[in-house]
Design a protein around this ligand. Structure first.
Ligand code: FVH
Length: 294
C-alpha cells in the first residue's frame, strides 16, 4: 500500500501540524515527524509515523517536507541548519506569514537546492483531510504538479502562481475578511444580548443577513477595485448610511455596548461623505484604505 505513496515529512506538530501528519497517515503515506517538544509526536508514532531525532534528519527522510510551525522565525531556525539535507527536496511551508516572509523562505530553500511552495490553510485542524478543507499554494509550479496528488490528501489544493507570496497574500486577505465579519457578529450579538433578546434566536437571522449582504455588496466592491466603475447609482448611498451609523452608536450607548468595533468604519464613511462622495455606496471607502488609490 505504501509503495505508491510519496513519503512525507511533517515538521511542527502543534494542532495543525498533527492534523496534517494524521491525514497523510490515514491516506497511507509513510510519514516522518519532528517537533520541538518531542512528546507531541507520540500519538502519531502510535499510528505508524517515524520520529526523527533532528529537523535535518526529518528533512532527509522524505522528498516532500511539510513545515507548519508558529511563525517564520521558527521556520528559519529549523530549516537553516538542515543545510545539505534540503537538496532535491520540496519544502511546503504552511506556516502563517507575510508575502515578504514567503519570498525570504523561498530564497533560503532555493539556496540549498530545494524547491519551495508556500501555503495558506483555509481550514481548522478538524477539517484537514475533508472536502471542506482548502489549501492555497504558490511557488514552484513544477513542484506543485509533482506533489499535487499527495497535497490533495489534506483538502482541495489550489495553486495561485509562481510568486511564493501569492498564497500568504490570499490567506491574509481572506482572514482579514473573516475578522471583519467577526467584528460585525460580535457587535450585533452584544446589542441583542444587552437588550435581553436571546442570541440563539437571533443567530440564524444574523447569519442569513450577513451571507445575503456579502453576496450583494462584493460584486460592486470588486468591480470598483478592478475598474474604478461602480455600476450605476447606489441603492444605499453613504450619506444615508452615515445617518444610520449615528443610530448604531446611540443605541449602543443606551445599552452599554462599546462602539470599538464599528467606530473605525463609521469614521471612514463620514470622511468619504465629507469629501463629497455621499452619493456613493460603501465601495468608495476602498479609496481611503490605499495610499495610492485608482
Ligand atoms: N490552528 C488553526 O486553526 C490555524 C488554521 C490555519 C493555519 N494556522 C497556522 O498554522 C501554524 C501552526 O498552527 P498550530 O495551530 O499548529 O499552532 P500551535 O498548536 O500553537 O503549534 C505551534 C507549533 O510551532 C512550534 N514552534 C513554535 N515556535 C517554535 C520554535 N521557535 N522552534 C520550533 N518549533 C516551534 C510548536 O512547537 P512546540 O511548542 O510544540 O514545541 C508547535 O509545533 C501557524 O502559523 C498558524 O497561524 C493554524
Amino acid at each position: 500500500m505504501d509503495g505508491d505513496r510519496t513519503p512525507v515529512t511533517v515538521i511542527g506538530l502543534g494542532r495543525m501540524g498533527s492534523a496534517l501528519a494524521g491525514a497523510f497517515l490515514a491516506a497511507g503515506h509513510p510519514v516522518t515527524v519532528w517537533n520541538r517538544s518531542p512528546e507531541k509526536a507520540g500519538p502519531l508514532v502510535e499510528r505508524g509515523a517515524v520520529r526523527a531525532a533532528t529537523p535535518a534528519e526529518a528533512v532527509a527522510a522524505s522528498p516532500l517536507v511539510v513545515v507548519c510551525v508558529l511563525d517564520y522565525a521558527a521556520v528559519h531556525h529549523l530549516l537553516a541548519p538542515a543545510g545539505a539535507a534540503l537538496a532535491g527536496r520540496t519544502v511546503v511551508n504552511l506556516t502563517n506569514g507575510t508575502p515578504m516572509q514567503a519570498g525570504e523562505a523561498a530564497g533560503l530553500v532555493a539556496g540549498h537546492g530545494a524547491e519551495y511552495l508556500d501555503g495558506g490553510i483555509m481550514a481548522v485542524p478538524p477539517l484537514i483531510g475533508t472536502p471542506r478543507s482548502l489549501i492555497l499554494y504558490s511557488g514552484s509550479p513544477e513542484a506543485f504538479a509533482r506533489h499535487r496528488t499527495t497535497l490533495e490528501v489534506l483538502g482541495t489544493a489550489t495553486h495561485l502562481g509562481s510568486d511564493p507570496g501569492l498564497a500568504p497574500l490570499h490567506d491574509l486577505a481572506l482572514l482579514t475578511g473573516m475578522y471583519g465579519m467577526f467584528s460585525g457578529l460580535l457587535h450585533a450579538t452584544a446589542l441583542v444580548r444587552a437588550a435581553g433578546v436571546g442570541a440563539r434566536d437571533f443567530a440564524p437571522m444574523l447569519s442569513s443577513w450577513i451571507k445575503t449582504m456579502a453576496d450583494a455588496a462584493l460584486p460592486r466592491i470588486a468591480e470598483y477595485a478592478d475598474t474604478g466603475e461602480h455600476g450605476g447609482p447606489a441603492g444605499s448611498p453613504l450619506a444615508m448610511q452615515a445617518a444610520a451609523f449615528a443610530n448604531f452608536l446611540d443605541t449602543g450607548e443606551e445599552l452599554g455596548v462599546r462602539p470599538d468595533l464599528i467606530l473605525p468604519l463609521m469614521r471612514l464613511v463620514e470622511r468619504r461623505v465629507a469629501d463629497g462622495h455621499g452619493d456613493e455606496d460603501i465601495h468608495g471607502v476602498l479609496d481611503l484604505l490605499t495610499t495610492d488609490p485608482k
